[in-house]
Design a protein around this ligand. Structure first.
Ligand code: CTP
Length: 481
């Protein structure tokens, strides 16, 4: 995106005219004598040209009262009001609309729950998380569509930087979840974190302890869902936040050198694997499996004289570690077995490259991976992080070989399991013969016709074919039991 050009061209008024709800909101604000602004992600995402179907309104006055008046005007019946927080929400057509009264917030040290006091526009935006989220657009009649950029949010978007409107120690202390949000926005938008934010995150990371695990996990999964998750993973690591929320991943860092042998830094390798897989899939649990595939390498690391470093059994131990990690991070247990399976099997396909590999070894992989075999191969391919292009194409070709063997074995098994669509019972009835060897012969003749492509593999064609061959079979030989 050509940032410079697009910024001067953004016409917020035009955006506000695109949906009649904003004009009606403006009229209701005029009538009820409140000042009204669009704020936060809605404005930020207009600048970033990202689609969204929710909008946050800042009301200088009583948020729930204004929301109720607007809902009435729009003929919306269902509205949720949270009086303690001074917020309200309703859906209009396909948009989620949030309303908040401007407030001055102070927080108790051991809780995220603010003590809410009414405040001015300025009070409100100064207590918001990041400058890029303080951008506001007036919905008031006198300056409908005017941008208010008190903290240089536009400049920060242009420079791709996440900064806080006030000292980040205050912003994060007010609400430590913002430490995760800062890293999440950086990862989603591919922005940098201001150095002061990094320092404050490092200093206050233990305050994440007052945040529910679910909310932290929610932000973590958003990082993992971004186009290049390593941006967020590296920031989590650099600020020490990873050590606080997922020490197992933090502990993957580091390389040891003994004699001529050193191993790859597993954290860096893991970041590359996660980025690789994210280019090929949006499946969050496959991405999660990629993040965790080498999780047990630190525990299983051994140095063997003359051979070097080994990580024997890390795939099985890693899979078993998922029980605790899923529970601690409150991850949905419906995905646990899938993630364990991916970790447990991530080395299996490459072990099956040899020419001499038996069909039954291939069959064991097919059965173990089941319907997730394609995902497993996607993980294996992402696991190739060599910088040597020749090696990469050789390894990729190896997986092609394994998949060719899988298809070959599947085809053999499909043929072996194949049966005539017209069953023995039907054959006996139609040909008027008792159970006998002949029934099998007729069945085989039908199966051969299908395999030879003379007829299709369906009941109707097999039935017609049976009528055609029946006389020849029944007449030509005596039926014996
Ligand atoms: N906000 C904040 N601190 C938080 C959460 C939210 O200051 N811990 C403010 C920000 O100004 C933010 C707005 O509330 O823009 C709305 O929050 P939310 O809907 O969570 O985020 P968005 O910025 O809309 O971004 P997205 O929906 O993309 O997550």
């Amino acid at each position: 995106m050509d940032f410079e050009k697009s910024f001067t061209e953004i016409d917020f008024k035009e955006h506000l005219f695109s949906n009649k709800v904003f004009q009606i909101a403006s009229q209701v604000a005029e009538k009820t004598n409140v000042k009204l602004f669009l704020i936060g992600g809605f404005v930020r995402d207009i600048v970033l040209d990202r689609e969204r179907d929710d909008a946050d309104f800042l009301v200088i006055g009583n948020g729930p009262e204004f929301a109720s008046a607007l809902a009435k005007e729009l003929d919306v019946k269902s509205i949720s009001i949270f009086r303690n927080f001074g917020t309200a929400h309703f859906k209009y057509e396909n948009m989620d609309l949030e309303f908040v009264g401007a407030r001055k917030e102070s927080y108790k040290r051991n809780s995220r729950k603010p003590i809410v006091e009414d405040g001015s526009f300025e009070d409100d935006i100064s207590r918001r998380d990041f400058t890029i989220n303080t951008l506001a657009v007036s919905v008031n009649k006198e300056d409908f569509g005017r941008l208010i950029d008190t903290y240089n949010g536009i400049e920060d978007i242009k420079n791709k930087i996440i900064r806080t409107p006030v000292d980040p120690l205050i912003t994060f202390d007010d609400d430590p979840l913002r430490i995760m949000r800062a890293i999440r926005f950086a990862s989603q938008l591919n922005f940098n974190l201001d150095d002061k934010i990094k320092k404050a995150a490092e200093e206050l990371r233990d305050r994440l302890g007052i945040i529910s695990k679910e909310r932290i996990t929610d932000e973590f999964l958003k990082i993992l869902s971004s186009a290049k998750p390593s941006v967020g993973l590296r920031l989590l690591q650099e600020t020490g936040v990873m050590q606080t929320i997922l020490p197992e991943v933090a502990n993957l860092s580091g390389v040891e050198q003994r004699k001529d042998f050193h191993h790859k830094d597993v954290f860096i390798h893991t970041c590359m694997v996660v980025d690789n897989i994210s280019e090929n899939t949006d499946k969050i649990w496959l991405r999660f499996a990629a993040l965790m595939h080498d999780i047990a390498k630190p525990q299983t690391k051994r140095f063997i004289e003359g051979i070097g470093w080994t990580f024997h059994g890390h795939e099985e131990i890693g899979a078993r570690m998922m029980d605790e990690i899923f529970e601690r991070m409150r991850l949905p247990l419906t995905n646990l077995e899938y993630v364990k399976k991916m970790i447990r099997l991530h080395l299996r396909p490459i072990a099956l490259v040899d020419e001499e590999v038996t069909d039954s070894a291939i069959r064991r992989l097919i059965v173990a991976a089941g319907e997730d075999l394609e995902d497993l191969i996607t993980l294996c391919r992402a696991d190739i992080t060599s910088k040597n292009i020749q090696k990469v194409s050789k390894y990729l070709a190896n997986y092609e070989k394994v998949m060719a063997k899988v298809r070959e074995v599947e085809e053999k098994d499909r043929l072996r399991a194949f049966q005539s669509p017209v069953r023995g019972e039907d054959i006996m009835k139609i040909c008027n013969i008792p159970p006998s060897k002949k029934v099998g012969e007729i069945k085989k003749a039908i199966e051969d016709a299908i395999l030879d492509g003379k007829i299709g593999n369906n009941y109707e064609e097999a039935y017609d074919y049976l009528l055609k061959i029946k006389d020849e079979f029944v007449k030509s030989q005596n039926v014996t039991n």
